[in-house]
Ligand binder design. Sequence first.
Ligand code: MG
Length: 670
Amino acid sequence: MKIKLFLLLVCVSLYFNNSKIYCQSSDIDVFSLLDLNYKGLENVKKLHLAGNDTEALKALLKYYRDRETVVNPAFKQDNTSISPEEKKMAEDAMQHTFFSYNGFKPFNYGKDIDWTYWPVRDNELRWQLHRQKWFIPMGKMFYINGDEKYAKEWTFQYLDWIKKNPLIAQPKKELSKEEQLIEDNKVDDNNMRYAWRPMEVSHRLSEQYTIFQLYRNSNSFTPEFLSVFLWNTHRHADFVLKHYSKEGNHLLFEAQRILFAGVFFPEFKDAATWRNSGSEILVREMPKQIYPDGFQFELDPGYHSGCIGIFLSALRVAEVNGYTYMFPSWYRQTISGMIQAYYNILLPDLSCPMFSDMTKKVKSDALKSFKDWKTSFPEDKALQYFISGGKSGEAPEYASRAFNTSGFYIFRSDWTENATAMVLKAGPQAGWHAQPDNGTFNIMFNGRNFFPDAGSFSYGGDAEVTRMRESFKQTKVHNTLTLNNKNLEVTNSKCLLWKTGNDIEILVVENPSYKSLTHRRSVFFVDKKFFVVVDEAIGETTGLIGLHFNLCEGPVKMDTLLNQVETQFKDGNNMMLKTFCNQNQKKQEQEGWISYKAKEKFPRKAFSFDVEKKNTKPVRYITVIMPYNTLNQLPKINASFDSKEFNDNNLKLSVTINGKKTNLTYQLGK
Ligand code: MG
């Protein structure tokens, strides 16, 4: 006998906060979604079959309140704590002041919540409102303090959201990559685009179980509310299953979250389908999205780290709930390689270069991840080395390291915090988060990053937001070479030489940057102390060649006569850069900005060394970048090519620092 739980044509009516909330569905039949033969649901089944759904729902709530068979590694029942930030988020949310996205203050959405309110027309602000990030903080306030007002308000908001953000069936369109980009970046008022974007749906789905654990014993979590909660969870999972993103980190997030739904709510008839679908996608996508050297193919350190979290949390949830068999052994090994890749591109102070869409991440962020990863990979002794500040564990046995497939190259003097290091990015084309930044680098001397990446400032939004995003993506705001100050036309860098282990370590990379103009960049790491960078612009093209350097914030002096740039920090920890060229250079100060998080930017000094390329002859620069202490004398630097003409296979030059000459040379193919 099929009994509908809610048959009223207009609504399910529930009363909270003296408001009458209508659930949009008049046809919720939670029992038809559940496998009533599932172990533990015997009483529920009996009552339901007897036509007593009121009592059956009470029995269902008792079952869920008592249930201990499912393990959620992300929620530690006995030591749930709340940070001051979460506490503020929860208190704000009680007044309908919601935090949705870093870079924006929380906005108030009104007593009668307006879920379409869009104070700044930035897409992320509107999308991420629908991730309901304050639900867990409010749940923690209830769980820790037992104050029912948080649970009462949460149930109100949960139902209010359902009522005002209806799921309107829309034909699923197969979009090409280009069409999807346009779709993601357009700004319109179709609420479905924001409330029901698969990424947001999957985010809400992933938190359903933690939310459930926090609130399930509250008086506001009634049997009737449970039926709406389970129905809503089911339609979220069903939606994700039918609307997977085509590729990239979004698809991984969605797969991991649908796996969670299948593991955490095994009573649903569809649970096995969800588990299988999620795990199959993760196993299928891992070799597609993770290069053999360990980096995720979007080449954005933030998303790379996020993908470690996705793969690892899926594995952990599977392991503790009896589904380890869903993942082959290489899956775990690949995660281990991803972790190694991540700590290799960190600068000596454990901050992360802000390549692509990365925002500022500092040592504390890295340590938080390392501590988490270490619990699954105790055999990686480097994690303990970083966590303990070198007191225990073991540093990797190498210092410099190349990741040839993804194009990350790291010169490192050692693994201490005061080490000298360069992280250089020169790889293949990547996805939407990538920038035309081939060849750019960060350099750290004595704990100061003298060439931090500009960051990204914003994602998509209206014309002004998009314009700002484009300006932070430009090739010339990176430390690399341009033609006519334009963005690179091609990113397909190849490594021609990587040689480490000697006093002079060498990297040679080459990118067909523009039609008829190739950029070859050679880097020499001399005595593990300073860098000599050789840039060669090779090809038929004529035009303005620009060699760009974007410096850290702070006091910077440019000596135009000497083609020299020096920082002047009072703590004495400084850097000087001097450029030599085989043709006349014109020094220009260019606009310089840096953004550590969305919608925040700070001015900084940036320079370009320009040469008018008038014929087919290559333009060749030598740049010496070295640390110096202002307490000492400014180093005297000279450099020149020993061979006058460009040679495909050989490079010879010499650099003289304070009278000491060093010959630098390589021969390709040897
Ligand atoms: Mg950048």
